[in-house]
Design a protein around this ligand. Structure first.
Ligand code: MN
Length: 350
C-alpha cells in the first residue's frame, strides 16, 4: 500500500496508516456526537435558538397562511413575512415582579403606554401575531391579587407579540367555588366574542417570573407553572397540570373541557391531566429555569373531601361531564380597560 518515499513525514504516515485512519474515524464520531448533543440542547430551549422553529409550528398555525393573504389582500408568498417572528425580539428573560398593589384607576394609568384595546386586548402593531390567545382567569374576592396579576402580566404579554385578551370569570357569592367550571365558562364566552386558537387557564395568584415562558399553544397541551416559589421551584409530581396550563381550542374540545363536578379546592386539574392521557395527548413543559412563577400569598383554601372519589370515577364520566354538560347564567358582564369581566352563576338555570 505504501511506496518508498524520501519524504520522512509521508513514510511515517504510511507505516501507521491504520492508526491514522482510526484517529480520523474517532474524530468524526466525536464531531457527530457533539453536534447531536447541541441539537438536543436546542430542542429543550427552543425559544433561545432562532433557527429552531418546529416546536412553535403546531397544526393550529396552518390557518395562518390563509389569514395572512386575506388580511394583506394578496396571495403572494411575501405575505407570510408579515407574521411576527417566532421568537419575540424584545424579551427580557427574568422579570422583576411588582408586589405593590394599586387601585384600578392608578393601574390603568400605569399601563396606559401599552395602548390596550377595551376589554384587556392587545395585538402587535407591525406584524400579525402567531397566536390568538384567550387568558382565562377564574376569580372571586381576590382584588389585590387581580391587580397585581394584571400589572405584571400585561407588559409581558405585549412583549410576547400575541393577539390576546384577558378574561376574568367571577363566580357569584353563595356557592362553593368551582375553578374548573369557571374555565369552561370562560372558554365558551371567549369563543362567542371572537376566534381564539389558544387558551391559557390561569390562576390569579401566579405571576410569571420570566418572559421567555411564551403564552402560546405549541403542538401538545403545556403545563406552564413548572417551578413555583411556594413549592421550592420543584415539580411536585409528573402528571401535574394545575396552576397555569395552555391548551389549543381543538384539544380542549377534544377532551370535553374540564369536569364540572369539582366543588371546592383540588382534583379538577388531575382530572384534566387524566382526560389528556385518555385522549393520547402528552403534557409538555418548558425547562424549570424559565417556566417559573411566584405565588401570591393567601390562606389555604378548604379542600374538597370528595375530590378523590370524583377522580377515581373520572374516566367513566368525562364524555358526558364537561363542555357538553356545562350549565350557567351570565349575571353581569363588562369590558373593562384591562380585562373582560363575566359574573356567573353556576349550575342549572332556573
Ligand atoms: Mn394559590
Amino acid at each position: 500500500m505504501c511506496f518508498v518515499s524520501d519524504d520522512r513525514m509521508v513514510s511515517v504516515l504510511c507505516q501507521h496508516v491504520y492508526k491514522v485512519l482510526i484517529i480520523v474515524v474517532l474524530a468524526l464520531v466525536l464531531i457527530e456526537f457533539t453536534f447531536s448533543v447541541l441539537n438536543e440542547t436546542h430542542y429543550a430551549t427552543p425559544f433561545l435558538t432562532p433557527n429552531y422553529t418546529s416546536p412553535f409550528m403546531p397544526s393550529s398555525m396552518m390557518y395562518l397562511n390563509l389569514t395572512a393573504s386575506q388580511k394583506l389582500g394578496d396571495n403572494s408568498t411575501t405575505a407570510i413575512a408579515q407574521f411576527c417572528p417566532v421568537i419575540p425580539p424584545n424579551l427580557q428573560g427574568p422579570l422583576k415582579i411588582y408586589k405593590e398593589a394599586f387601585s384600578l384607576d392608578v393601574l390603568q394609568d400605569k399601563l396606559k403606554s401599552l395602548e390596550l384595546e377595551l376589554g384587556g386586548t392587545h395585538r402587535p402593531q407591525n406584524c400579525i401575531a402567531l397566536f390568538r390567545v384567550a387568558i382565562i382567569v377564574p376569580y372571586r374576592d381576590r382584588v389585590h391579587h387581580l391587580h397585581l396579576f394584571l400589572y405584571n402580566i400585561h407588559p409581558m404579554l405585549v412583549r410576547q407579540q400575541l393577539d390576546y385578551t384577558i378574561f376574568i370569570v367571577e363566580q357569584e357569592e353563595g356557592q362553593t367555588f368551582n375553578r374548573a367550571s369557571l374555565f369552561n365558562v370562560g372558554f365558551v364566552e371567549a369563543n362567542k366574542i371572537r376566534e381564539f386558537d389558544c387558551f391559557i387557564f390561569h390562576d390569579v395568584d401566579l405571576i410569571p417570573e420570566d418572559d421567555r415562558n411564551l403564552y402560546t399553544c405549541p403542538g401538545m397541551p403545556r403545563h406552564m407553572s413548572v417551578a413555583v416559589d411556594s413549592l421550592n421551584y420543584k415539580l411536585p409530581y409528573a402528571s401535574i397540570f394545575g396552576g397555569v396550563c395552555a391548551l389549543s381550542k381543538e384539544h380542549f374540545q377534544k377532551v370535553n373541557g374540564f369536569s364540572n363536578e369539582y366543588w371546592g379546592w383540588g382534583g379538577e386539574d388531575d382530572d384534566m391531566s387524566m382526560r389528556l392521557k385518555l385522549n393520547g395527548l402528552n403534557i409538555i413543559r418548558y425547562p424549570p429555569d424559565i417556566a417559573k412563577y411566584t405565588m401570591l400569598k393567601h390562606r389555604k383554601e378548604k379542600a374538597n373531601p370528595q375530590r378523590y372519589e370524583k377522580l377515581y370515577s373520572g374516566n367513566k364520566r368525562y364524555k358526558k361531564d364537561g363542555l357538553n354538560s356545562l350549565q350557567y347564567r351570565v349575571v353581569d358582564a363588562k369590558q373593562e380597560k384591562l380585562f373582560t369581566w363575566f359574573l356567573v352563576q353556576l349550575g342549572a338555570v332556573s
